[in-house]
Design a protein around this ligand. Structure first.
Ligand SMILES: [Cu+2]
Length: 165
């Protein structure tokens, strides 16, 4: 019985360690659609993700797999690039139009599928076709794994800030 218990404990620990390394899968849906946006008293129709400007936050933990389904509801062709993400064996998810993929045409969808490996911090995503990057962007936040400390004292609060030049 003691031997059986020991094997059971060892198996459980092994499974736990495998799961903690594997991370989880996080799914997002990006609907590319026109939206009226007002800035400094001017309103204009812009191409947005989910009618938000800047676009939605993507939040993942290091080791997570991201599935981001992009549905194109505008007349422009679209691709999205995950700026700064190392695409390890997932180059087709990088996003530059005509380089790693054909653009997502009107009425079409594409699922970006990649795993965040060996990086953490705040990056951003943006359109990677023509001038659409001017309005299509948002933060991509990679959190530390559970029980991994910050390389500095723990922040009191975190606020994503995007500078557009
Ligand atoms: Cu970029």
């Amino acid at each position: 019985m003691g031997g059986f218990l020991r094997i059971l404990v060892a198996t459980t620990l092994l499974l736990l360690s495998v799961y903690s390394v594997a991370g989880t899968t996080r799914s997002y849906e990006f609907n590319i659609q026109l939206q009226n946006v007002t800035r400094l008293c001017h309103t204009r129709s812009m191409v947005t993700v989910n009618r938000k400007f800047p676009g939605p936050h993507i939040v993942a933990t290091e080791g997570d797999r991201l599935l981001i389904k992009v549905n194109n509801h505008v007349s422009n062709n679209i691709t999205i690039h995950w700026h700064g993400i190392r695409q390890l064996r997932s180059g087709w998810a990088d996003g530059p139009a005509y380089i790693t993929q054909c653009p997502i045409q009107t009425g079409q969808s594409y699922v970006y599928n990649y795993t965040v490996v060996g990086q953490r911090g705040t990056l951003f995503w943006h359109a990677h076709i023509s001038w659409l990057r001017a309005s299509l962007y948002g933060p991509l936040i990679i959190l530390l794994k559970l029980n991994v400390p910050y390389p500095f004292s723990k922040p009191y609060k975190e606020v994503p800030i995007i500078f557009v030049v």
